[in-house]
Design a protein around this ligand. Structure first.
Ligand SMILES: [Zn+2]
Ligand SMILES: [Zn+2]
Length: 135
């Protein structure tokens, strides 16, 4: 799905900054950090424009956050594959890629009475297919 179609689907105005952010995430192939996105898109956007666009995309569920640890937070598109809210993320210890595993679902445990789940996140750390196949 193209950036303009994604924005249209969410009834959002198509701004070039929003489009650039989506395109950058799509083109990277893997989840990407806010800093990496900033570096890759045109520097014609000022900090405020970038921040607002980024926030809008998150609030509308177009991109989602993946917290690997305190140092490493990445973002992935929620739109280009059918993806459930409780999908698993994968982090490669060797090359550092972070990706969504749409086919893998977190099996949620039954919470004690009176508890309410807001979100659940599972990150599997290991070796990606490329690193795993190296001799
Ligand atoms: Zn790897
Ligand atoms: Zn994901």
């Amino acid at each position: 799905m193209k950036a303009e179609d994604i924005l249209h689907k969410h009834n959002l105005v198509r701004t070039s900054c929003r489009q650039s952010i989506i395109d950058t995430i799509v083109n990277s192939g893997f989840a990407i950090s806010e800093e990496e996105i900033k570096q890759r898109i045109d520097s014609t956007y000022d900090r405020t424009t970038f921040y607002r666009s980024f926030k809008t995309l998150i609030e509308n569920g177009i991109i989602h956050k993946i917290v690997v640890d305190n140092q490493l937070v990445k973002y992935a598109l929620s739109e280009n594959k059918p993806i459930s809210k409780n999908h698993v993320h994968f982090y490669c210890n060797q090359c550092g890629i972070v990706e969504c595993l749409p086919g893998a679902e977190i099996k949620l445990p039954q919470l004690p009475n009176g508890y309410q789940q807001v979100e659940a996140e599972l990150i599997i750390k290991g070796l990606c297919i490329k690193c795993n196949n190296q001799d």
